[in-house]
Write a protein that binds this ligand. Sequence first.
Ligand code: ZN
Length: 200
Amino acid sequence: MSTKYPQHLLKLIAFFKLFPGVGGKTAERFAFSLLDWKSEQTQDFGKLLAQLPQMVQYCEECGCLKGEENCFFCNNPLRETGTLCLVASVKDVFAFEQTRTFSGLYHVLGGLLSPLEGLDPESLSLEKLKKRILEKEIKEVILALDSTVEGDTTALYIKQFFSSLPLKLSRLAFGLPLGSNLDFIDGGTLARALGGRQSF
Ligand SMILES: [Zn+2]
C-alpha cells in the first residue's frame, strides 16, 4: 500500500488545483513549497486570505476593483469621460492600464455570453450600462473582448443592443503578432488581419 498524504496536505493541494493552469503535479509542488515557509510567513498569508473577501471592493458604477476608498477611474477627474472601454473581467482593466494608451473610462461586463456555461444576456446587466452611457454622455464604446466565439457573440449582441443609441462602437483591431511570418499565422488571425486592414 502506498503512503498517502496527510489530510491537510490533500486539502491544500485541492485548493491549489483551483488556480487556472495548475494541474495535480504543480499543486503538489506548491503545497510542499508552502511547508518550507517560515511559520510567521505562513500565518501572514493565512491572515491575508481570511481578510480578502472584506478587503476586495468593486465600484458599483463601473465594476472595476476599488482602491482604499474610491474608484481609480470614476472618481478621477483626469480621465476622459467620453470614451468607455468595455472589458469582460476586472483583470483586463489592468492589462489596458499597463499599455498607458487609454485614458477613458471602463466598464466591466463580468463575463462573456456563453450558452454552454449559462451566461445569458441578462447576467451582463446591459440595461445598467445603457443608463450609464446616456447619463455620462459617452460618445464611443470600445469593445475590448476576447477574439473567441464567446467574445464575438457578445460583441454582436452588444452591437444590436445599442443600435438605437447615437454611439460610435469600435472593436480592437486583431492583427498579426509583431515579427511573425505569415505562414505561421493561423487562418482565423490572418482573416481578421485582412478584414481589419488600414490604408497605407
Ligand atoms: Zn468606477
